[in-house]
Design a protein around this ligand. Sequence first.
Ligand code: FES
Length: 66
Amino acid sequence: MSPRNSYLDRVVCHCLQVGEATLDALAEEAPFHSVEDVVQRSGAGDGCTACRRRLCEFVSASTSGA
Ligand code: FES
């Protein structure tokens, strides 16, 4: 998974304003092991929780090495 350009960053979590580039960068530092891991490390998903299904995709991609 390669980092995306910040100016093209798409917001994943609207409550906390966390974008794909931030999540990709964190996943490259260390793979996400669970949605709670994503929440703790990025802050995403710590509001209304509507984005948590999307965060699961980052966990799957992170653990599969995609
Ligand atoms: S959109 Fe992520 S917590 Fe609300």
